[in-house]
Design a protein around this ligand. Structure first.
Ligand code: FES
Length: 127
């Protein structure tokens, strides 16, 4: 059975921005808000070099990574061609003006991914 965890109110997420959800293990999750007030959740790690997607700019239903501007789909975490790769997506619900996340996914999905600050790569270098 799915168990949902309340994260915040929609207004707590900046329009065209994101809110980070810290996890006890593994990388954070980024919850995004579009111009049309849709919400999506992705692992806060770009599939390129681990950049923090939560610091990117939302456009339509995509986010541009702040490091090298790869365009990542908010629904599926997939990079737009010609780039390749994807980052895990998480279930999210908007109930009225409250944002809810799947508690089991938060506890288990992609927990092997380290936070960007601990990835050991030079995430700020240009591609
Ligand atoms: S780390 Fe995201 S585009 Fe390079």
């Amino acid at each position: 059975m799915q168990e949902w965890k309340r994260l915040c109110r929609l207004g707590d997420i900046p329009p065209l921005g994101a809110r980070r959800v810290q996890r006890a293990q593994g990388a954070d999750v980024a919850v995004f808000r579009t111009a049309g007030d849709r919400v999506f959740a992705l692992l806060d790690r770009c599939p390129h070099r681990g950049g923090p997607l939560s610091q990117g700019i939302v456009h339509g239903e995509r986010v541009s990574c702040p490091l090298h501007q790869w365009s990542i789909g908010l629904a599926d975490g997939a990079a737009a061609a010609p780039d390749e790769g994807s980052t895990p997506a998480f279930s999210v619900q908007l109930r009225g003006d409250e944002v809810w996340l799947d508690a089991a996914e938060l506890a288990s999905r992609a927990t092997e991914a380290l936070p960007a600050s601990a990835c050991g790569r030079r995430c700020t270098e240009r591609a």
